[in-house]
Design a protein around this ligand. Structure first.
Ligand code: BT5
Length: 338
């Protein structure tokens, strides 16, 4: 598993590459002399040249303008911690970003980090996963170079029974990120899917380490199909699936999408800590794929039918049976009947 360099993105240990990227981002389109860069970064001109070379190897296009210095022409759309952090103005989420070129599962990596005491808001991202996890032991297709696979570590002061609320929070964050980066209209399907035009483009896996009365940490795994093409999808998926590229016809900039998602998440989490789940639940309901529809909920081989009337504050589905009795459903897969 190869970890991209410069994993600590926004703290005291910011690497020189990170500072250089931020400098270029702060001076868009301008040629900056090696001397000025050296002074700003407190390194020699030779060191500047070496760092520019290393950024070029990471996929940055930087031209040397004779007698004027270096100018950034374009940034790579690689999920590199430094690039995601540049311009990311979040309070908690993404203060520490760790990117892998390839790993088994970002949720497994994040769990290991959580056990080692990683700070709240740590984000683990992979370009490719060899054992991407869905719920209930299912597999998440995770080809390299096209999508986003990320896991966020949270340490909220809540009881373990409230942890499913965070699936609501991530669903709303993903939906908002799709709304701000594409013209598409995302719909949320309980408990953990985001649909576009009825097809699954994103799934979430919410895992937790807890004691009886205390959450140690939560790992929120989020997979979003950004630029996946038809040939990346196997034939045997449970639900029709697609990607934002296939639905919008436009290539999605992965770095920009990731920044947008982390920012949306950060704001919602802040909101949650201040005001609880109620405002997030409202935003979830406004995007619900099936409120008011008849649905089937399958769980462990049993099917329950009813009218989906909403969700409660714990993130449970509210299913109304004939006769008006409302049942709280905590887990399962929903299909819309009709
Ligand atoms: C999910 O499970 O939807 C949770 C997916 C979570 C993935 C993220 S990626 C980052 C983080 N690290 C991980 O290891 N996991 C998380 P579930 O509702 O059980 O749906 C899984 C089912 O969706 C599979 O059985 C397939 O039928 C289908 N599927 C698999 N890959 C897919 C994909 N890329 N797009 C759409 N559907 C997919």
């Amino acid at each position: 598993m190869k970890k991209f360099s410069g994993q600590y993105a926004k703290n005291e240990t910011r690497s020189t590459n990170q500072k250089l990227i931020e400098f270029f981002h702060d001076n868009p389109g301008m040629a900056v002399s090696g001397e000025d860069l050296g002074r700003a970064l407190n390194i020699s001109r030779t060191a500047v040249w070496k760092h520019v070379k290393s950024l070029k190897e990471m996929g940055y296009r930087i031209e040397a303008v004779p007698s004027r210095g270096y100018r950034l022409l374009s940034t790579p759309d690689s999920l590199i911690a430094e690039e995601i952090s540049a311009g990311l103005e979040t309070r908690r989420i993404g203060t520490n970003i760790i990117c892998f070129e390839k790993t088994d599962s970002t949720n497994l990596e994040a769990t290991k980090l959580g056990e080692q005491g990683a700070e709240e808001g740590t984000v683990v991202i992979a370009d490719e996963q060899s054992r991407g996890k869905g719920r209930l032991g299912r597999h998440w297709e995770s080809p390299g170079g096209v999508n986003l696979y990320c896991s966020i570590i949270l340490r909220p002061p809540i009881m373990p029974s409230m942890a499913p609320q965070f699936t609501l929070l991530s669903s709303v964050a993903v939906a908002q990120a799709i709304e701000s980066t594409t013209p598409l209209i995302p719909r949320i399907k309980w408990p953990n899917d985001i649909l576009v035009n009825g097809m699954k483009v994103s799934g979430m896996l919410n895992e937790m380490s807890a004691e009886m009365e205390k959450v140690n940490f939560i790992v929120l795994g989020i997979g979003v199909n950004l630029n996946m093409r038809q040939e990346h999808f196997p034939d045997n998926l449970r639900h029709p699936a697609s990607s934002l590229f296939l639905e919008s016809g436009k290539v999605i900039n992965r770095v920009e999408f990731t920044r947008t998602l982390l920012t949306a998440f950060d704001i919602l989490y802040d909101n949650y800590l201040d005001a609880g789940i109620a405002p997030i639940r409202e935003q979830w309901l406004a995007r619900s794929a099936f409120t008011g529809k008849r649905v089937r909920v399958s769980f462990q081989g049993n099917d329950t039918f009813g009218l989906a009337v909403g969700i409660d504050d714990d993130g449970a589905l509210l299913l109304e049976h004939e006769g008006g009795k409302v049942e709280k459903v905590l887990a399962g897969d929903v299909s819309i009947l009709e």
